[in-house]
Design a protein around this ligand. Structure first.
Ligand SMILES: [Zn+2]
Length: 42
């Protein structure tokens, strides 16, 4: 059975689906948008 930590460690970096920027690790609950594209202050 696969270790969950290993599973997440092996994931590729997320990229913003809007602009293609690499998303930092804290964004795992944001979907697939970077800070710029996901900003509520647009
Ligand atoms: Zn973006």
């Amino acid at each position: 059975m696969m270790n969950v930590v290993e599973f997440f460690r092996n994931l590729p970096h997320k990229k913003c689906h809007n602009c293609g920027q690499i998303i930092s690790e804290k964004a795992d609950c944001y979907g697939n948008l970077c800070d710029n594209c996901d900003s509520p202050a647009r």
